[in-house]
Ligand binder design. Sequence first.
Ligand SMILES: O=C(O)CCC(=O)C(=O)O
Length: 287
Amino acid sequence: MTPQQLQDLAEAYRRDGFVHAKGLIPAGEIAALTPAVDEAVATRKGRDTRALSEKTPYEQSFIQCQYIWEDFPGVRGLTFHQNLGEALGALLGAGKVRLWHDQALYKEAGGRETEAHQDHAYWPIAEADTITAWIPLTPVDEVTGCMGYVPGSHQADLEFVDIFRAQGQGEALVARQAADPVFCPAEPGDVLFHSGRTVHMARPNRSDRMRRAYTAIYFKDGCTRGGDRPHPSVDRDRIPQGGRIAGGATPVAWPLADGRFPEPQPWPESQDERFLRSRAMGTIPGR
Ligand SMILES: O=C(O)CCC(=O)C(=O)O
């Protein structure tokens, strides 16, 4: 991207809390990287034979596999794509950007809407400098489950909406907003960026195909741990309250030292019930 294009993106992002970067990554590269994401989902979720109707409401919104760059090296070209990194640097106003975590979010045919929420409420990061890159691997529209964002909502208070357990809270959050959501159909090669504070949601998938998306969350280097909410991205590296988030779980994504992708670090063993459940479900690596 030219410096002017990056500046325009950053201006829109600062104003609206989201921005649609069309054609940021060549579509041919997305096509070449997509099988690695597909493989991650197929491998992690291979043993889950439940029909959509047997899943929890949260799981009916999407199949979720996190930290896939770690056990599926073919995904790294996407996670650490330097076109993406350059845009992240401009949007965050950062000279160095770290990865919080990545994930595949595959919305099954017939899958529910993704209820409105603000991501940052789930993360123990003190500063507001977090951003999600939402990368469609297939065309997404109002039928297949495109994303929607409430412009300006990143400036308002952060509210915790429990999309994991409670249904209907997202609708109430949208009703409290000053603006209507803007839904964004997108093509492979496009990247949709939203701030961790922006109210966002996704349409249901009313098609007969899987809506495949890869997303990664990044933050400005220098952010610190805030709040006592547990999260593997800080717990794995034993980052204390107030400590700078800079460990093997959250490597520098841009700029890359000598152009080399980071190496994943092993996960510490744990008997924590939530950890064991996430691993057994294929949500995190290590099954
Ligand atoms: O892909 C979706 O359906 C929702 C994505 C989302 O909420 C996010 O990336 O923060």
